[in-house]
Write a protein that binds this ligand. Sequence first.
Ligand code: PAF
Length: 268
Amino acid sequence: MKIVRTKSDLRALLEPLRGGRVGLVPTMGAFHEGHLSLLRAARRECNTVVCSLFVNPTQFGQGEDLERYPRKDARDRELAQAEGVDFLFAPASEEMYPPGFETWVEPERLALELEGVIRPTHFRGVATICLKLFNIVRPNVAYFGAKDAQQLAVIELLVRDLDLELEIRAIKTVRDEDGLALSSRNSYLSPTERRIALALPNALARGAEAGRDGGDPVAVARAALDEEPGLKTQYVAVADYDGPRLLAAVQVGKTRLIDNVSLKGSKI
Ligand code: PAF
C-alpha cells in the first residue's frame, strides 16, 4: 500500500491503472468494521482500491467536534494495508483547501431537511469534498455506508445532477452485537452513555415493526425514545431515500448519534 499526500502524485499513480476498475472509499479515518466492510467490497469488486483519509473541516459547523474528532492514523494505515488497499490518500488540509478556495457545491432541498436543519452547512462540505475526491481519483465506483442514509442520498443526487460518470455503491450498516450502529463517534460514549445509546436502534426497530403491522413508525419510535430520559431526541422521520426509511438523531451527553432502518425490507 502506498500512502499518497498530494493530488498530483495520486493522479500520476492512477494514470497507468485506468484500464481496470478503480474503486474509491472516502473516509474520515478512525476505522471500525463499517469502514472495513466498505474496503472489503471495494477490494472484491475493483482492480485498484483508493481509500481517502481526510477529516474534512468544511463539513463541521461552528462548535461541532472537528477538534476532538478521533484521529488514529497509524492504526488506520495498518488496517487499510491489511484490507489490501492500494493507495491511502491522506492529504493535508491545505492540499484540499488551498488559500483562496471559494467554490462550493450547494445541495438544496434534500440537504436542508433532517440533518440539514441541525447542521445547515454540513452537506455543502460533504458534497464539495466528495466532488473534489471524485475529480481527483476519477473512480468507476465509490462506496458509502447506509448508516448515513441522507448523505448517501445527497451524493447520489450530486452524481445524477452533475452528470458524473461513476457508480455509487451503498453498503449495509454494520452493528455491534447489541444493535448499536458502528460510528467513529461511539468512542466518545462513556459505558453508561453507551447503554443509553442503545435506545436508538431499539426504537427504530420498534418503529419499523409497527410500520410493518400498519402502525405509525414515527410515533412508535419517538415514544420509545421518550422512555429513555438519558437522551434528547432531535428528530424522528420517514424519508424516501431509495425506498422508505425510518431515521432518527439523538444527543447522548455531548455525543450526537444518527441511525436509520429500511421500512420496506431493503437489504441495506
Ligand atoms: O461519511 C464520511 O465519513 C464523510 O462524510 C465523507 C463521505 C468521507 C466525506 O468527508
